[in-house]
Design a protein around this ligand. Sequence first.
Ligand code: HEM
Length: 208
Amino acid sequence: MMPSHRQNWFEGWRLFAVLTLVLVALSAGVAGMRGFEVDGVRMVIRFTARTSLLFFCLAFSAAALAKLWPNAWTRWQRRNRRYLGVTFAASHGIHAAAIACFALMDPVGYAAATNAASYIFGGIGYAFIIAMAATSFDRTAAAIGPRAFRILHLTGGYYLLFQFTVSFGKRIPDMPPYAMFLIPLLAVFALRMIAMTSARTPRTVRAS
Ligand code: HEM
């Protein structure tokens, strides 16, 4: 008998549950390494910024990769892009919880690490994440309709791509290795552009 995708721990909502549990456990472990003090909380903020980058890139590149290189992995990625996207939202939920702990535990350090721009741009980012996660269920997606869904998820996706680029990019002058975080972001953007172009100019097959 063929195994059903729904019974598989690496597919669908089960995949989301497994990944989220792993993220929560790892975040607790990271904070615990510094005795759950403010340093540990700041490490969780940085850790979840990076796990969010991973799941965001997996979700936002899925359709383009499956189109350009259809194979078992890219088909899995495209089939599960919704769950990878919601895992990104969960990862950013932990980012938000750690930010709140940072603000409570060390208000002075928190004020020094943030500014009006982080609230405005970060706030818009969270508004998109919440709206995108809320419309990632069959019922809510159907309620807003395919056109609104597409506009929301496309605009939100590109906004978040921009936000990641700025958040990692602004740290490059102080920490040059941060440039490596821009590589997956640029790759996702390039893949999407290439996939879009290849849709407009489909290869013609000659009969001769
Ligand atoms: C109001 C919303 C947000 C606030 C107040 C906020 C706050 C912070 C703070 C305080 C840090 C630095 C932690 C430290 O150095 O100890 C940080 C890091 C970061 N945040 Fe957020 N954040 C917000 C939303 C977002 C969003 C929406 C994204 C991306 C989509 C994001 C991506 C990042 C990244 C990439 C880093 C750098 C992590 C690193 O150093 O490796 N943040 N955030």
